[in-house]
Design a protein around this ligand. Structure first.
Ligand SMILES: CC(C)(COP(=O)(O)OP(=O)(O)OC[C@H]1O[C@@H](n2cnc3c(N)ncnc32)[C@H](O)[C@@H]1OP(=O)(O)O)[C@@H](O)C(=O)NCCC(=O)NCCS
Length: 169
């Protein structure tokens, strides 16, 4: 099943109705969806939440390892979205639970999982803190909006307690 069209629609809906994600609506295109799916399926984790009754994709989480060798102990670019009609029902938490289960079982080479969050996205910041992410502080003027405003998002990281380096494997 090609999930890309449904994922594109979901990202558009969240971008329009919830805000929070850093990407602009016109940047959510086929190339973007295929890029993160390919990266996460090859070198990371990609999960969707599906409404059992309607078979609709209502949530999505992904993260992947960047190509530099020095960053092979990290999952970066973590993004999570839940359909605005389904938010506040535990789906985001459930996606993370499954995500961490996979890290626990198969990703002992991963030490850090990292993401950016907009400084005004209080809901997401609290959400990540409850999940054990550490606030690593502001990244001054990292975001330049279309209106020319500079924003200072927070950088957050989660550390894998089961990390074990495997340089020689
Ligand atoms: C952030 C997001 C992924 C959370 O997913 P969700 O399914 O709504 O969250 P959950 O229902 O699993 O709730 C998780 C926790 O957040 C809390 N929460 C949920 N909705 C809340 C709200 N409106 N205000 C404050 N806290 C809220 C819940 O109480 C829960 O806490 P608990 O663990 O103590 O029970 C979702 O709201 C979303 O897609 N937001 C828009 C996109 C976004 O900002 N993504 C993050 C970009 S960095």
């Amino acid at each position: 099943m090609d999930m890309a069209p449904a994922l594109k629609d979901l990202h558009h809906k969240v971008s329009r109705l919830s805000g929070g994600i850093i990407r602009y609506d016109d940047e959510i295109n086929d190339a973007y969806i295929h890029h993160f799916l390919e990266k996460s399926l090859k070198n990371g984790i990609s999960l969707v939440a599906v409404d059992f009754e309607t078979q609709k994709i209502v949530g999505e989480i992904h993260a992947y390892t960047l190509s530099l060798i020095a960053f092979r102990h990290m999952l970066s670019e973590l993004t999570i979205i839940v359909d605005p009609d389904y938010q506040g029902q535990g789906i985001g938490k459930r996606l993370f639970t499954e995500f961490f289960n996979i890290v626990d079982a198969d990703f002992s080479h991963i030490h850090r999982i990292e993401l950016y969050v907009r400084n005004f996205n209080d809901k997401a910041i609290r959400f990540y803190e409850k999940l054990g992410f550490i606030n690593e502080g502001p990244q001054k003027n990292k975001i330049l909006t279309k209106d020319g405003v500079l924003e200072t998002p927070l950088h957050m990281a989660w550390f894998n307690p089961k990390y074990r380096h495997n340089y020689w494997e």
